[in-house]
Design a protein around this ligand. Structure first.
Ligand SMILES: NC(=O)c1ccc[n+]([C@@H]2O[C@H](COP(=O)([O-])OP(=O)(O)OC[C@H]3O[C@@H](n4cnc5c(N)ncnc54)[C@H](OP(=O)(O)O)[C@@H]3O)[C@@H](O)[C@H]2O)c1
Length: 310
């Protein structure tokens, strides 16, 4: 019998990627979780995946998770601090909001007798950089969930994915040059030579998760970095020019978004100084052994047909 996988966040980037990739394998029965099965994104997803069961659950509410995890054998868990409801709680002072959601997911999965969980985490900036940075909430909260998962190793087999920098975000911070109104400008607060692990999160999160499920024993108890390589900002823009034939340049600039928060500044400063995973390149070795091919930035522009800021 096909194993039943429940996927949290299926109307979002990572969850929808996992839903798509696992559907394509044809190996699993899937339960797509959303807080509202009647929302527009959920309706679109239901139309796209008519054979998938959709269930409502909120990771803040354990009772709803209990219902959604009934008969489930594997869970994909993710949280989003920038969701308006979640952010409101954090801004009201509950800095453990994201951690509690991850803990709820793990606790309910264990109580339901679920065998495997893959949880989306991020490394601790505070730990990697020896306390130089006091921490960035949406990294530290996830890392705390990761530590909690390892503490429950005797009760559930856990694997962690740490997704790299979304190329999607690179697109988000772009616009046309005010000089000629046609040169695309990619704007970020790190130097043009800074290398980041860019990933097509909407495609490769799912690809990596499908691979992990096929080789689960190899991934239990350790974080797995989801990205194919490091790319400098300059290189990423070059690939855009190559894929589209359009003029583009990189602009190293501290944007108002970055100025808006000490944490965002810490995040970019730490990337610029030490790299996203503290500059670690251990994932190259793991990727080499995998028969999974990550999307390169040039493939990203080509696949998405994105030809410039709108
Ligand atoms: N941007 C980057 O470069 C980057 C890199 C690595 C990791 N990340 C992290 O990746 C995580 C997930 O990102 P994403 O891109 O998939 O986010 P997203 O596109 O915003 O999707 C988040 C999903 O979570 C669901 N959700 C939100 N609150 C929920 C709750 N309380 N209970 C149940 N479901 C809830 C939402 O679905 P409904 O509204 O349908 O319930 C939505 O589908 C974020 O924490 C982000 O920090 C980002």
């Amino acid at each position: 019998m096909a194993q039943v996988v429940a996927i949290i966040g299926t109307t979002g980037i990572q969850g929808s990627s996992v839903l798509c990739a696992l559907c394509e394998t044809g190996k699993y029965n899937l339960v797509a979780i959303t807080r509202n099965t009647s929302s527009e994104p959920a309706k679109v997803s239901k139309q796209r995946y008519p054979d998938v069961e959709f269930a409502e659950a909120n990771t803040d509410e354990t009772e709803s998770l209990k219902k959604a995890f009934k008969n489930v054998e594997i869970v994909y868990g993710v949280a989003q601090l920038f969701d308006p409801e979640v952010l409101a709680k954090a801004l009201a002072g509950d800095l453990d909001t994201e951690y509690k959601q991850g803990k709820n997911t793990i606790d309910v999965a264990i109580a339901a007798g679920i065998d495997k969980i893959i949880y989306s985490s991020l490394p601790s900036i505070k730990e990697i950089f020896g306390g130089k940075y006091s921490g960035v909430l949406y990294f530290e909260g996830k890392y705390k969930v990761e530590q909690y998962l390892w503490s429950k190793a005797s009760k559930i087999r856990g694997a962690i994915v740490q997704v790299g920098c979304y190329v999607e975000d690179f697109v988000g911070f772009s616009g046309f040059s005010s000089e000629d109104n046609k040169t695309a400008e990619f704007i970020s607060p790190v130097a043009s030579s800074t290398k980041l692990p860019l990933v097509d999160a909407a495609k490769d999160t799912g690809g990596a998760v499908a691979y992990i499920l096929d080789h689960f024993d190899n991934f239990v108890g350790k974080p797995f970095k989801v990205n194919g390589g490091y790319y400098s900002m300059q290189e990423a823009v070059k690939t855009f020019r190559k894929a589209t034939g359009k003029p583009a340049r990189y602009v190293h600039k501290i944007t108002p978004f970055v100025q808006s928060g000490e944490e965002i500044q810490q995040m970019y400063n730490s990337f610029a100084e030490f790299g996203y995973y503290g500059g670690k390149i251990d994932f190259f070795g793991v990727n080499k052994k995998m028969d999974y091919k990550y999307t390169t930035p040039i493939e990203f522009w080509t696949n998405h047909g994105w030809t410039g800021p709108s």
